[in-house]
Design a protein around this ligand. Sequence first.
Ligand SMILES: Cc1ncc(COP(=O)(O)O)c(C=O)c1O
Length: 452
Amino acid sequence: MGYDKNWAKVDASTLPDMKVPAPGPKSAELHNRAEKHMKGYSSQVKLFPVAFESGHGVTLTDVDGNTYIDFSSGIYVTNLGHGHPKVVEYIQKYTKQLMNCHDFTTEIKTLFLEKLASVTPGNLNGIQMYCAGTEAVEAALRAARAKTEKYEFFSFYGDFHGKTLSAVSLTEVANYTSGPRATGSHMAPNGNCYRCHFDKKYPECGLFCVDALEKQIMMEGTGNVAAVLLEPIQGWGGSVVYPDDYLPKIRKMCDKLGILMIVDEVLTCCARTGKMFCVENYDVVPDIMTLGKGLANGFPCTAFAIKEEYTEVLEKISASTSYGGNPMASAAGLASLEVIEEENIVERSAKLGDFIMKRLNKMKDGHKIIGEVRGKGCLLGMELVKDKETKEPFIEAGNKVYQKAFAKGVAWIPANQNLRMSPPLIMEEDLATKGLDIIEEAISDVEKEYGY
Ligand SMILES: Cc1ncc(COP(=O)(O)O)c(C=O)c1O
């Protein structure tokens, strides 16, 4: 299909375009009506209850006519921009031709499976498809249980893997379970060097945290450990990037102990971190990898990929779901993978990420409340603190900076003292600069408010 490659180009000087104070009256009216029925919104909605009407490329427009610079991508989802013409065309074709036929084979599903298998690292080419990230994680855990005939899992403080019972039991915010974690779920200290759980300093520590993990698996596990599950970079946990040798050391430990390594790439996959898959930043091939979010640029489509030699277990866990791998999802997934290749999205993500990171580092030097900035590719974040020495988390400032920048026209993502940025990977540097200027203004405003 031919489409205008400049379809998402914007004149950065005209953005953002805030026509009324946001969230405006139409947003408030709609949100209040919806909220009567739906409770349990995320903090990003509670702190800024805007109602959106449309998205185009790198911008979002609310129901009051305000247009924002998108620094969220629908929470790491619309990596190729809102309404990418190729993705839209592929989905539209299958809404007319064939929406669903359970798990029967279709040509579009076959093409998508082949394309995905051709880009996954190593021999991760046993694939099953689902609709939500949590479902893919859940299925990956089932596959690990089937392969090892064991049922214990270790995950990490700060990790988020979804809200179905097994996934949420391996997530830090496990209060969603309203009760105990699922049997066999264990949580271990992660390798967050800014807030080391062992009060050590990298690299002198020699990644003591991985040695401690090994000990914990031996002492706390009951001999039934199937796998370690981890996010290669933590999203919800605050864009936490580990040292380069962290994942390789966990890979080695898993091999030594004879347990599987499951890497949850739901958030990091598909060019977000400047590589097609985040594990490629570290030269690690996991035994199982979960995929979602950017996999189909917004159409619900997730998957896990398992090493070819383990595919015999897939029969045991059954691939069929009502919607997994449906023709529309497969079409969206195939189109997205093709666009990533055709438009050099991996390289663009790395370049834009480097550009933003340079500016974030400058901001950190110029502001007392920015404790750390971090990221890889276009998965970026900053942590606000009351004092750079004590590193006391500055949650109130995090919430205020989020709200102020949003009101000025940057749609982005909060997580307590952590502010997260995830622009579409097709954003141009001039627009990113506009967004960063607004964020910096909001930080200065809040610093003044608190007397810094
Ligand atoms: C790393 C990771 N895994 C799993 C999930 C769950 O995905 P979903 O919300 O599609 O169920 C998320 C969602 O944010 C995530 O970030």
